[in-house]
Design a protein around this ligand. Sequence first.
Ligand code: FES
Length: 166
Amino acid sequence: MRTTQTPATDQLADVFARHGRERSDLIPILQEAQDKLGYLSKETMRAIARQLRVPASSVLGVATFYAQFYLQPRGRHRVVVCRGTACHVRGSREIREGVEQKLGIREGETTEDLLFSYETVACLGNCALAPLLVIDDRYHGRMTRERAATILDEYLQGEAQARGTD
Ligand code: FES
């Protein structure tokens, strides 16, 4: 007998149990699935589509429409550089270039070792601290390219120590 039960369905059983099967349940389910699994894989979206009895393309369409959803695995640390006006005037472009060089990725990407994801935002709402770098919700104000590299090195050292390789 064929079954539609998949690892993703099992992992999301508690999420599904908290919601109904209406289209209005889609976004809350996507949010909870992402909180639980870190990102929305194709398999996860297929499982959600089956649960709500909607085409997988509908789920994909919603997930790609909203910036809050991630369709690729994300790094353990979220690195955000502000590109808003105040930060731009005070040199955020230099910081963005430095972060990209240091991590070897571009905006929107994640390092291969899944340690860092990097993105930019239009304004972090704390312009007095411009230019601003945020890592894992920790604000680092009046940033320079050199200080950003030093801070990222500290994270790398911390990760190496946590793995016992330093
Ligand atoms: S412009 Fe960077 S915090 Fe506002």
